[in-house]
Design a protein. Structure first.
Length: 421
């Protein structure tokens, strides 16, 4: 089973000049993934990995008893010859006390009958652009629920977890009219810029050569408060690419609107952070801190506070590992509770859509950026939740993903919901 919960054939990612022995890496990755799936059909793709510290669903990581940790290591070592070594756990600094967040309001169905809405980005005036992953359509949705087709992206190739994914609107849209799309093409994943005027014109490739795969394509796209464009990529099932700084796979990228490395990047390229497995959601808090939601393998899903040049550990560690070489997540879930996709920040909290978990997670964020206890909302009520974006009026727009091959679609799926925090 993949991150998104769909059965697919695992194929090696397209080799790149930066990959070290790509054929061996792909063969090793596919063999481990298939063996893990055969042993545990509920496990997500990527093979077994010794956990760091085990926590309850949606809580900031807490230390486990030493005996339990030793037992887990011994058990994993006996049951899985392909299990990987994880660093010794350490106790994180305690999070400041947070008052219990108030309950959110009830969602309202804004649009229905869609096909896997993946990304949502807002135009000036409050209308939203919404991507459909599997049809490669870009839609315009008004706050009144009116839906119209803007364009169909003929170059986008829906395949496995790929297709038409992220969308971003230029922060200078009133002056430049630019819209950006992140999609899977014939040979790669790429970011393309368009001029928007009730349709799309002047297509310009901003960044190409991002490795593609049947699984783990990332696909997130958003402008940060610094005015630069951020994109998320997955490691396409080839684990070693996450640590390979010569590859764009398994990274968060930061660039100008022309695709050049943004000023202040850690190196003379577009890589902002690395060591990621498969990221889809990006969000900034009111202080400008960047957070990312990341699919784990078979043990832990994560929310990470992203640091410039940070290494987040995959494939050496999943969840909290306590290894000084890597940055630990601020929140972990068991993979059955989350499969975190889209994410937004609003009303002092991160809001995370869960695919496999079929719920919306609210994660309070303290003034120093630490996370409080996460609270699940609407458990199972709307099925698989993917896109989550904050609207200019402070509401949240949420896209379901029940038509992606693993959900149980209702007659009006897929839907876009709106929610006032």
């Amino acid at each position: 089973m993949t991150d998104e919960g769909r059965e697919v054939s695992i194929m090696p990612s397209k080799p790149t000049s930066a990959a070290k022995d790509p054929a061996a890496n792909a063969k090793d990755s596919a063999a481990k993934d298939l063996a893990a799936n055969a042993k545990d059909p509920a496990a997500k793709n990527g093979g077994p990995l010794l956990p760091g510290r085990r926590t309850g669903p949606g809580h900031a990581p807490r230390p486990a008893p030493v005996i339990a940790l030793v037992a887990a290591v011994l058990a994993a070592g006996c049951s899985s010859p392909s299990a990987e070594r994880v660093g010794t756990a350490r106790t994180p600094a305690p999070a400041p006390a947070l008052s219990q967040a108030p309950q959110a309001g009830e969602p309202r169905v804004l649009a229905k009958g869609l096909a896997v809405p993946w990304g949502i980005a807002f135009l000036p005036g409050g209308d939203a652009l919404v991507t459909e992953r599997d049809t490669a359509r870009l839609l315009r949705v008004t706050p009144a629920g009116e839906v119209s087709e803007v364009a169909k992206i003929d170059e986008a190739r829906p395949d496995g977890e790929g297709g038409l994914m992220g969308v971003a609107v230029s922060p200078r849209f009133a002056q430049d009219g630019l819209v950006f799309l992140h999609y899977t093409a014939a040979d790669d994943n790429r970011i393309v810029r368009y001029r928007y005027d009730r349709g799309l014109t002047d297509a310009t490739v901003v960044l190409d050569g991002i490795p593609k795969g049947v699984i783990h394509n990332g696909g997130g796209l958003a402008f940060g408060p610094d005015g630069y464009l951020y994109a998320t990529t997955g490691e396409t099932g080839d684990r070693q690419l996450s640590q390979d700084l010569g590859s764009l796979a398994g990274k968060i990228l930061r660039m100008t609107a022309d695709g050049a490395p943004a000023p202040g990047n850690p190196a003379q390229n577009v890589i902002w952070s690395h060591g990621h497995r498969n990221i889809q959601g990006l969000a900034w808090d009111s202080s400008g801190r960047l957070y990312a939601s990341e699919f784990g393998s078979s043990s832990f899903d994560e929310v990470n506070l992203i640091e410039k040049g940070g290494n987040y550990g995959w494939p050496e560690v999943e969840g909290v590992g306590g290894d000084s070489r890597f940055i630990d997540p601020i929140v972990t879930w068991s993979t059955s509770e989350a499969s975190p996709s889209g994410m937004a920040y609003a009303d002092g909290s991160l809001w995370v859509g869960a695919l496999r978990g079929r719920k919306l997670w609210r994660v309070p964020i303290a003034p120093d950026g630490t996370a409080g206890a996460a609270a699940p909302l609407f458990d199972g009520r709307y099925g698989r939740l993917r896109a989550v974006t904050a609207a200019p009026d402070g509401s949240l727009w949420i896209g379901t993903s029940n038509e992606d091959g693993r959900g149980s679609p209702a007659p009006d799926d897929d839907r876009v919901l709106t929610l006032t925090p």
